[in-house]
Design a protein around this ligand. Structure first.
Ligand code: WTA
Length: 640
């Protein structure tokens, strides 16, 4: 198929947007910010004290006001959320109902002593209460920190402790593939060790009977008596909206801190440009709110625009692989935003399943979170979009707050290239550079970098300005380093090639190797461990763990597999469980003690190591070769 076949023009041609963004990015974003409702206009568009940015300094704004209050005149009866439970139960919330619930919840938080700037941990499944909690916090200036409900009690405890949250909001349980996940039990474990927590609010989703502890309150009882009269606080544009923990290259997850005015400006603009959002659209993003896509393009982006969206509670393949197509048909979905992992899984089951549903209401498709293989992209285009829906492949990160590279059908038509995220959004400047910081030629692989500050950017890492500087701004002077490899082709299109650091992307979720290694080493049987990713047909990557056992450990490999899987499940969460374990006598290391990771990868992928001279810094060729042979021998022995 010719690449021209992938151009779909939605009739938008706002060329002045790109043009003005190229003249002066600060003035450009200044104009964009006028789309929001401010209590007080800002004094200074950008205060840039590298690498700390203060966007719209002096301005007063509120995220809850911009997602709810502003719609009460024209859209109060419009549906904000069509919620579909995994068990097919349904709920709908209009903009006025959502407004009233949020105000009540803000009052509850206040009555429990929550003040502006206090942290509130939210550990909920995909139910409307997760959005009500977030907006309830935002309304009074409390900082929400949502923890994905698939994380273990120990991960939850670490995040509660790091953020020193006063309140935890949870549910009795959640549904996942028909099973009940007892969230309250996990919270009980975490809270018993986290001293900062004063109150726990429990929403009854499963209604299977729970024991309430001293700090616990039932959501329903609190709401019954709460008033729905609560004005939105007028907050500084730079007031923190939320902390979202994400994995990096160190053992401890980083608390990415986002502000209010800049973040909302970025979301308002990108949501409009990328999704070409119309009042009549039914938007469906499959991301869990526990991750950044759910924060930006489920909780905030659609509501800023008064859009109607579908929120789905459970697994995308429950009770069977047709669930997503079923939902699209049932609710007449017009915009569908999902992940390459989900698409690879759907594609595996063939065309007949989606073809047996009426998907004709779809008009725009999107993907996020990991590179999409060109053949999967084409399948999405042909089979799901029936060749009439543009695809947006959106590259961004927890740290960027919103989309940074994407085709933007809402402002212009682009020729789409399957597998390329296309071009940077207006107002951001992105390049590919070599290790010396020079732009590489088109077609050459290098590090992706962002040259100027942008409004959705993180403000810092919670409680750790130094780490913020070191992780993102020290590799290349005054440039933001996202940790991705990329190529820019001769047409200026960006092709993302995955992470250049020790971060794994499993089913689109970020897992730090160091975090996983410290989890494995926490098991009494383990002396040392190193993990790496190998390509996986569905999940993009899966995890292989190399483990050195302590002397005298005498279990069978099979039993050890189970023990170590449990360790990871309990300390990080089920998403991080390695697919395979190799029990080896020692890990290959350079003389300075650095693990030779590429060597591990070669073994895990059952490849030869090729030219070892370029493999690792500081290791002699013979050293690498003998380490490789030794490791191979020990892996073979462990296979037997
Ligand atoms: C990867 C998810 C290729 C990338 C929104 C980035 C992508 C990391 C894409 C951030 C894409 C995200 N194509 N790779 N369209 N989108 N990534 O913080 O490696 O969970 O650095 O944010 O996902 O993951 P995070």
């Amino acid at each position: 198929m010719e690449s021209e076949d992938f151009e779909i023009n939605l009739g938008n041609s706002f060329t002045d947007i790109r043009k003005s963004s190229q003249e002066d990015f600060i003035e450009f974003w200044d104009n964009q910010a006028n789309s929001l409702t401010w209590f007080k206009h800002w004094d200074n568009t950008l205060n840039w004290n590298p690498p700390f940015a203060k966007w719209f300094e002096g301005g007063l704004i509120n995220a809850s006001y911009n997602t709810l209050d502003i719609h009460q005149k024209d859209k109060s009866s419009k549906i904000a959320i069509f919620w579909e439970g995994e068990d097919e139960s349904q709920r709908t919330l209009s903009y006025s109902q959502l407004f009233s619930e949020v105000k009540k919840f803000s009052n509850i938080l206040k009555s429990l002593g929550v003040k502006k700037g206090d942290r509130v941990t939210i550990y909920l499944p995909m139910i409307p209460e997760i959005i009500i909690s977030m907006l309830g916090c935002a309304r009074i200036g409390a900082i929400h920190t949502v923890v994905f409900s698939g994380f273990s009690s120990s991960s939850l405890k670490d995040r509660i402790e790091d953020s020193k949250s006063k309140i935890v909001i949870t549910a009795d349980g959640g549904f996942r593939k028909g099973k009940i996940i007892k969230l309250k039990d996990i919270v009980d474990d975490a809270v018993s060790e986290a001293n900062s927590v004063e109150h726990v609010i429990v929403f009854e989703r499963i209604k299977n009977g729970i024991t309430l502890n001293e700090k616990d309150h039932l959501w329903s009882e609190l709401m019954e008596n709460a008033s729905d009269d609560c004005d939105a606080e007028q907050l500084e544009s730079t007031h923190p909206l939320y902390i979202l923990y994400t994995s990096g290259t160190t053992g401890k997850p980083k608390g990415v801190l986002h502000g209010t005015g800049g973040y909302l400006t970025h979301l308002h603009s990108t949501y409009k440009w990328a999704f070409d959002i119309k009042d009549s659209d039914i938007y469906f993003c499959t991301a869990d709110i526990g991750w950044v896509t759910g924060h930006s393009y489920v909780a905030y982006g659609p509501l800023l625009h008064g859009a109607t969206q579908i929120m789905y509670e459970g697994a995308p393949d429950f009770p069977d692989i047709s669930r997503m197509w079923n939902i699209i048909q049932k609710y007449n979905v017009t915009i569908f935003y999902t992940t390459p992992t989900a698409l690879r899984m759907f594609m595996k089951f063939g065309d007949d399943i989606p073809n047996s549903f009426n998907l004709s209401t779809l008009r725009l498709l999107g993907t996020v979170g990991e590179p999409i293989n060109p053949e999967v992209w084409k399948w999405y285009f042909n089979i799901i979009g029936k060749k009439h829906c543009p695809i947006i492949d959106t590259w961004w990160q927890t740290e960027t707050g919103g989309m940074m590279i994407s085709s933007l059908p809402g402002i212009e038509s682009n020729i789409l290239k399957p597998g390329s995220a296309t071009k940077p959004i207006p107002g951001v400047s992105i390049s590919v550079i070599d290790d010396d910081g020079n732009d590489v030629d088109s077609g050459t692989k290098g590090s992706l970098i962002i040259k100027n500050p942008w409004p959705g950017m993180l403000m810092t890492l919670w409680g750790d300005d130094e780490k913020y500087k070191n992780v993102y701004w020290s590799k290349f002077e005054n440039m933001y380093y996202p940790g991705d490899y990329a190529i820019r082709d001769s047409d200026g299109y960006f092709w993302l090639l995955g992470r250049s650091d020790d971060v794994l992307k499993i089913a689109g979720h970020r897992i730090g190797t160091a975090e996983l290694e410290s989890s494995l080493v926490s098991n009494d049987n383990v002396a040392e461990s190193a993990v790496c990713g190998i390509p996986d047909e569905i999940k993009g990557e899966s995890i292989i763990a190399f483990v050195v056992l302590k002397d005298g450990v005498e279990y069978s490999n099979e039993k050890l597999n189970d023990i170590l899987k449990d360790t990871v499940r309990n300390s990080v969460g089920a998403i991080a469980i390695p697919k395979e374990f190799y029990f080896v006598s020692k890990l290959p290391k350079t003389r300075s003690g650095k693990i030779m990771r590429r060597l591990l990868k070669a073994i895990a992928n059952k490849e030869k190591i090729g030219d070892v001279s370029t493999l690792e810094d500081g290791a002699a060729v013979t050293e690498v070769q003998s380490a490789f042979e030794e490791l191979q021998k020990s892996v073979n022995a462990s296979d037997r």
